[in-house]
Design a protein around this ligand. Structure first.
Ligand code: HEM
Length: 402
């Protein structure tokens, strides 16, 4: 059976991806595994690693055999502490039919049509951040823009008063923070900071949910407050999961886009419209997927890619490897900004398909349009890249505009 230890250990880097170089460029290893050992059991991490598109797609769609419920492990974003220290249950780690109850009430609000009415406001928020970059001239794109934009946007959708946004950013930063070094003290400091942020946020959301219950505002906190099918803890969990699931991922999409456009020498072409921006964003999602791996737990014995998986086994699907599978994509190792069709799995598949995908696409579209048309030149220094851990993105990206 799955234990806390086995889920935690599956989250370590595979041996092949220990170095900084390999984390930045895991794609050769993926190609080798897709070819030679596509459903592989890693004894050290006690997990199955799955690399081919067909198998990854099957695991994500087949929620009866491969459960998203990693509860008890404390290892998922959903294992979030609430105001009373209880572990919160959210949609990302529940299976149907409970999953439907936790997601159903909000689904419509994240559809492209519903989001389009936010577009002018999102443009305004983006412009404010771009103004700051203009004033600075030189900046770390990750810190000054890619982290700031998604958290500002989600605060707007939740209806967080502007004066609390800095606090909100601080909490959000604490949730995704990594230790400054690998020594035990730094790890403890980071954990402490995260726990404090979680407790404070839990209390903050609990209070707002209470205040807005029965209200008629169109913000997401009011929507959750009035969702009778959710318990108090589930409402708090919903607010927190939006921060956890939506921020670092969107940060990395924006960063990976600027990195890749610079590398491919197409920054100006995307800005001028010679390269279709929306298609280029899809290709960034495929080529440098912010989420490279997703975990499931086998709920029954199953055959997968010719291997026998047993009930309770941890199954790690490599979305980043599936997205470069030559069985599905022509010339997969090449970044083709106009690629069509582009049926990448960067937002997952099946019932857990990313709730925020339309929002992430809208944010990226507005951001790249504003960034690449405002300035005559937008240069990124890609000579020294440092991968982040946990997701696929960069620690920093020094840029210069004029
Ligand atoms: C480029 C940005 C993003 C990427 C790459 C991304 C990726 C993903 C992936 C791969 C999943 C599936 C997880 C699984 O199957 O276990 C997921 C789920 C989810 N995402 Fe995103 N995400 C992004 C942005 C967002 C945003 C902006 C939000 C919200 C504001 C969001 C909210 C969620 C939620 C709530 C789920 C859980 C859905 C469910 O379990 O039914 N994501 N995301």
């Amino acid at each position: 059976m799955q234990s806390t230890d086995s889920v935690d250990s599956a989250r370590q880097h595979p041996t092949a991806l220990q170095s900084r170089e390999a984390q930045l460029d895991p794609f050769e290893w993926y190609a080798e595994m897709r070819r030679a050992d596509p459903v592989h059991y890693d004894e050290r991490r006690e997990t199955w690693d799955v690399f081919r598109y067909e198998d990854v797609d099957r695991v994500l769609r087949d929620q009866e055999t491969f459960s998203a419920d990693r509860s008890g492990s404390g290892a998922t974003a959903a294992g979030t502490e609430g105001d009373g220290g209880a572990v919160l249950k959210t949609m990302i780690s529940t299976d149907p039919p409970e999953h439907e109850r936790l997601r159903g009430f909000v689904n419509d609000r994240f559809q492209p049509g519903a989001l389009s009415e936010y577009r002018p406001r999102l443009e305004e928020l983006t412009d404010e951040l771009v103004d700051e970059l203009e004033d600075a001239g030189e900046f770390d794109f990750v810190d000054e823009f890619a982290v700031a934009l998604p958290v500002t946007v989600i605060a707007e959708l939740l209806g967080i008063p502007p004066e609390r946004r800095d606090q909100f950013r601080e909490w959000s930063g604490a949730l995704i923070a990594r230790p400054e070094s690998s020594d035990e003290e730094a790890i403890q400091r980071m954990k402490q900071r995260r726990e404090t942020a979680q407790t404070e946020m839990g209390r903050y959301f609990a209070k707002l949910l209470e205040e807005r219950q029965g209200g008629d505002g169109d913000d997401l906190i009011t929507l959750a407050a009035n969702a009778d099918e959710l318990s108090r803890q589930e409402k708090i969990g919903f607010c927190m999961i939006l921060l956890l699931a939506g921020n670092i991922t969107t940060t990395n999409l924006l960063t990976n886009a600027i990195w890749t456009f610079e590398e491919q020498g197409i920054t100006e072409d995307v800005g001028s419209g010679d390269v279709d921006r929306k298609k280029a964003i899809e290709e960034v999602l495929r080529y440098r997927s912010p989420v490279q791996e997703i975990q499931r737990i086998a709920s029954e014995d199953a055959q997968l890619g010719g291997q026998q998986v047993e009930a309770g086994d941890v199954v790690n699907v490599w979305v980043g490897a599936a997205n470069r599978d030559p069985e599905v994509f022509d010339d997969p190792e090449t970044f083709r900004p106009e690629r069509r069709p582009n049926q990448h799995l960067a937002f997952g598949k099946g019932v857990h398909y990313c709730l925020g995908a339309p929002l992430a696409r809208l944010e990226a579209d507005i951001a790249l349009e504003r960034l690449l048309t405002r300035f005559e030149r937008f240069d990124a220094d890609i000579s020294d890249l440092q991968p982040i851990s946990g997701h696929y993105g960069l620690e920093f990206l020094h840029c210069q505009v004029n």
